[in-house]
Ligand binder design. Sequence first.
Ligand SMILES: Nc1nc2c(ncn2[C@@H]2O[C@H](COP(=O)(O)OP(=O)(O)OP(=O)(O)O)[C@@H](O)[C@H]2O)c(=O)[nH]1
Ligand SMILES: [Mg+2]
Length: 532
Amino acid sequence: MKYDSEINKRRTFAIISHPDAGKTTLTEKFLLFGGAIQTAGAVKSNKIKKYATSDFMEIERQRGISVATSVMSFEYRNTLVNLLDTPGHKDFAEDTYRTLTAVDSVVLVIDSVNGVEEQTRRLMEVCRMRDTPVIVFINKMDRDGRNRLDLLEEIEKELSLHLHPMTWPINSGKDFKGVYNLHDKTLLLFTANTKATEDESVVISDLSAPLLDEKVGEKDAAQLREDAELIEGVYGELDAESYRAGKTAPVFFGSAINNFGVKELLDTFIRVAPTPQPRETTIREVLPDEDKLSGFVFKIHANLDPKHRDRIAFMRICSGKFERNKYYHHVRLDREVRFSNPYTFLARQKDVIEEAFSGDVVGLFDTGNFKIGDTLTEGEDFYFTGIPSFSPEIFKEVINKDPMKTKQLEKGLLQLTDEGVAQLFTQHGGNRKIIGCVGELQFEVIQYRLLQEYGASVQFNSLPFYKACWITSHDKKKLDEFTRFKTGNIVVDKDGHLVYLAQSEWFLDTERRNNPDIEFHFTSEIHKEAVD
Ligand SMILES: Nc1nc2c(ncn2[C@@H]2O[C@H](COP(=O)(O)OP(=O)(O)OP(=O)(O)O)[C@@H](O)[C@H]2O)c(=O)[nH]1
Ligand SMILES: [Mg+2]
């Protein structure tokens, strides 16, 4: 197995949570440990000063929220870590769900004050379906959080996950004194030092030693002794196999913004997290140590660097070795393609690479050849399965507010909708442009980016549709007739395919019943084209 040593060095994971739990803040601290950045930008708390490294889009900086997944790589203790920071808001969940197909494990962040929230539940459902290994980080211990035992019970119950505490906190909020590392038997005293990457822990191999009372006071020392005994009695050592099978989740307590308790997580992650895993395709399972390259595109981003106007397709490598300037087989286009400038990501910086291996995410400069779900191989024809596709649920007409910028607008609409989170439709036989999305906030992002990246100013008018159906028929006359009668509901997608926009389920059912010669299609998995 030629590439074993490369594969064993790699860990690829995503950080997920409900909005605002602290994913981007945690990402920054991880990058500090990897030496990838020198200072972490204070997320949201100080809008004007520095900015989060992974929230690099202008809109993310202004709002202090993440609207798209960022990819970052760093090396820590001879391990190559590929980290994907996802957006928490449900309107951007599409991006997050696709990202989950490109990683081998996740870190789930939980806000100690809010506990399990709506998006936490949804994201964990997806992880449970795939048995994705999970590490839990209970964040914001510097705030008056909930009772720790209650919190753990809630997480276990709501997320159907066995938890295994790896560190244990001493109080929270104003009284937060630190965490005791149950694995290393060390005590980490809380300091609000956001930059520290060095360990400042005290070794307390015997909890009954008076040193503990000295450090945290008699009362808290007594409580910790009691808690630790209880936890060790119940849980024992972490079963790494059970974690990798997605059954047990190690739990850490800390405060991301204070870079507290983060190193403990990272050290355990390096020790137990899975190396790049096999992946299912339409014909067989692909193993990471196969000789031949395979990989799939899970994300596309236009104008990643506004100065260069380049569009990048993010590809997760699933097997073999990816090489610069080598020809690969683009399965959907049935064409050989090569890349002279493949990138890896160090936050905003991009580095051209010569080679990459299973687990890596490479950025491919794209001139319009890629769609989400596309697969590259060395000749074999298959697609990776499980990459979700969403049908739009909200439809709005695009109103051009600046006729001088019509050209820029058209270009912007085409390029931004190529990213795959919004779909562009054009009125059949007309010029009106309609955008379909899953989340309301997507429209704000598009409006903002059209202005920032293309100088085009638009407004959106809501339309009363709820679903898009691609229509086909073997009887061309019937299809023509239908489109003529339903003019107001018929649009074409970017590839010129006819689409019927339905006002409601009732309308859709009625039309299907009344037009048995017309087939209504819904997208399911993305690689299967909507229209056959
Ligand atoms: N008190 C406290 N605040 C924190 C901590 N960690 C993060 N925050 C704050 O929580 C807010 C949200 O942090 P982010 O890192 O942007 O959260 P996120 O999960 O990336 O949010 P989305 O990407 O929008 O879902 C910011 O104001 C942070 O400063 C912490 O340990 N303690
Ligand atoms: Mg974020």
